[in-house]
Design a binder for this molecule. Structure first.
Ligand SMILES: [Zn+2]
Length: 615
């Protein structure tokens, strides 16, 4: 495995700027190229690795330290993940007290045995799941440093996400498996200890060689470079393979412009390959038995359909391949791939595939910092996958695919457990508050946007978001600015309330009375969060009209939406005023009912007082 040559180092340097050539962000970002070679011993579940990294500093800062994640150290008794998992008020049942009970052969570890920067020894200290590295010389702005290391690791018994021998018998779910450099961005270093959730990485190219017993079948991030040598269904259709006779094979993968690399391996994986009309190849890898056979066969129809749906609605998928692999402990997203448990009913199998595939847009390619902005990944993914499921899985799509997210958010808002959505993913006090904020309130960020600026404008803005921010780690402000530009409205108030506070929306129809032959409607804002109001008037003769009350601070109005009652009145509502009065020309006898937001898109946590019906 001694293959590090000067030629190789120059290749790394020359390709080190790849990711930036696609980016027109006004923000700088670092870039990285990994070359990793590992040799797996499947009897001890340990592996030896060598890693060479070309790290380019595009920041204006001089770096004197760098940090590496050593994720597998989390799977040791008394680690931060162990302590947190056992002491949190509502433990994740997948973890609970499993880490503290791992034996010496079952724990995970990752040890960097040697590390050189530009050929010089560094000073390093392993602190739990983070390697703190003091550099022998600084990395200056606009320069590239070469790090070369040797490391060894033991794959933990699968507890959370990665590991060996998961509940469905998959031997290796190899996520978080190499020393990964922490990301440095305009907010500084993100050397988060691994305590359970969410990741963030630097864009770059991964050249990965995995040597493992010949009977193992692999899949994961990246294109297989030696398919003819490996076979196992990766070779071109109809082509003969020429596998080596050796006891071990070396699988060579290359993944361009990704921020992480996952692989999985099992001797019993069945490999299905589906080539889509646009040339994208879908790989399914699973252990075929009575619990998987039928539904994974049916899944072959749905993965390409979901890929088409997301590409059409959220931006063209930029890679040539996606792999759905049985492994892990539920569903977890990685670049160009996902690990999902596979013994599921069809709806659940399709649902988890769709959710994890949707992550390719928000986690994989937009790549928001999931620790700081989990809602921009899990929330937007939930929003997009709910819509995709309604479009591809049911014969008659439900009219309101986000219903579940509303119910979950409302429960959170009334639970007393809610924390601002802006809370760092690791630092929520409960799993409940994290889950409902990131997934449900995050999904509602986009559905509230649809309500405020109009669904069509919001949908066009999502495509614009993709074009402007793919491969650039957008933050809360960036998505809000895209929505502002698309709608022409000022929306910072929405971001500030929805993301940074737990204030809730609650409007009411406080009164309807007749004065001088006209009808006076009094609306009341009971909640602390202001929102524009769509009001529907149903007349006794069957006619419908709408009244629109934009907030003054929006500095504009949304365009009339198709399929809604004609707008007869627009009246600004200053947020400082808790009530608004509307005067209709008709007498009260002409009105049958009045309702706030008949579309039910407004995340009003108390809808009982949103309707007035004539007695
Ligand atoms: Zn997710």
């Amino acid at each position: 495995m001694k293959k590090t040559t000067f030629f190789f180092i120059w290749t790394l340097i020359l390709t080190g700027f790849g990711p930036l050539s696609h980016a027109q962000s006004n923000r700088w970002q670092q870039s990285i190229n990994y070359q990793i070679e590992v040799d797996m011993d499947v009897s001890s579940n340990r592996y030896q690795g060598r890693q060479t990294i070309a790290y380019s500093n595009h920041s204006p800062d001089t770096l004197t330290k760098v940090f590496f994640h050593l994720f597998y150290n989390a799977f040791q008794p008394n680690s931060m993940m162990d302590e947190r998992s056992r002491t949190i008020a509502d433990p994740d049942r997948r973890v609970g007290d499993r880490i503290v009970n791992l034996g010496p052969e079952e724990i995970g570890y990752m040890r960097v045995k040697s590390l050189l920067m530009n050929g010089k020894k560094v000073v390093m200290e392993e602190v739990g799941t983070v390697l703190e590295v003091t550099l022998p010389e600084p990395i200056l702005p606009n320069s590239t440093a070469i790090f070369s290391s040797e490391f060894e690791a033991q794959v933990p018994l699968q507890v959370r996400r990665a590991g060996r021998d998961n509940a469905e018998g998959v031997r290796y779910s190899m996520a978080q498996w190499y020393p990964k450099m922490a990301n440095y961005d305009e907010q500084g270093w993100h050397a988060n200890p691994y305590i359970g959730r969410e990741f963030y990485g630097t864009w770059g190219n991964f050249d990965v060689k995995i040597t493992i017993d010949r009977e193992y079948v692999l899949g994961g991030t990246g294109y297989l470079q030696n398919a003819d040598e490996i076979g196992h269904g990766y070779q071109e259709d109809g082509k003969n393979t020429s596998p080596s006779e050796a006891a071990k094979l070396t699988w060579h993968f290359y993944a361009p412009q990704v921020h992480d690399f996952m692989w999985a391996a099992d001797p019993d994986f069945t490999h299905d390959k589906i080539t889509m009309e646009n040339g994208i190849t879908i790989h399914h890898l699973y252990i075929k038995n009575s619990k998987t056979e039928n539904n994974w066969s049916k899944l072959k129809e749905f993965t390409p359909r979901a890929m088409e749906y997301f590409s059409e609605n959220y931006g063209q998928y930029p890679y040539q391949q996606f792999s759905v692999i049985q492994g892990g402990d539920g569903g977890m997203e990685y670049p160009m791939s996902t690990l999902i448990t596979g013994q599921r009913a069809l709806g659940s199998l399709v649902g988890v595939m769709v959710h994890e595939l949707a992550h390719s847009w928000f986690q994989g390619v937009l790549g928001s910092n999931e620790s700081l902005y989990p809602w921009m990944d899990e929330g937007f993914t939930t929003f997009a996958s709910n819509r995709c499921m309604a479009a591809i899985f049911t014969e008659e799509p439900s009219g309101f695919p986000q219903r579940g997210a509303y119910v979950s958010y409302e429960r959170l808002a009334k639970s007393g457990l809610e924390e601002p959505m802006a809370t760092h993913a690791d630092h929520f006090h409960t799993n409940t508050a994290y889950g409902a904020a990131a997934y449900s309130k995050g999904a509602l960020f986009l559905s509230q946007m649809g309500y405020i600026i109009g669904e069509d404008i919001r949908d066009q803005a999502m495509l614009r978001y993709w074009e402007e921010w793919k491969f650039k780690h957008p933050n809360a402000n960036d998505i809000t600015r895209v929505m502002e530009k698309a709608s022409g409205l000022e929306l910072d108030w929405f971001k500030e309330y929805w993301v940074y506070t737990t204030k809730t929306i609650d409007y009411a129809i406080a009164g309807v009375e007749e004065t001088n032959g006209k009808t006076k409607i009094t609306l009341q804002r009971k909640g602390l969060m202001p929102m524009p109001i769509d009001l529907l008037i149903n007349y006794s003769d069957g006619k419908q009209e709408s009244v629109y009350l934009p907030l003054t601070i929006m500095r504009g109005i949304k365009a009339e939406e198709e399929g809604f009652a004609k707008r007869i009145l627009t009246q600004r509502w200053p947020w400082t005023h808790t009530t608004a009065e509307i005067l209709l020309d008709q007498p009260i006898s002409a009105i049958q009912s009045i309702s706030i937001d008949p579309s039910q898109r407004l995340a009003d946590i108390n809808r009982e007082d949103n309707e007035w019906i004539k007695e």
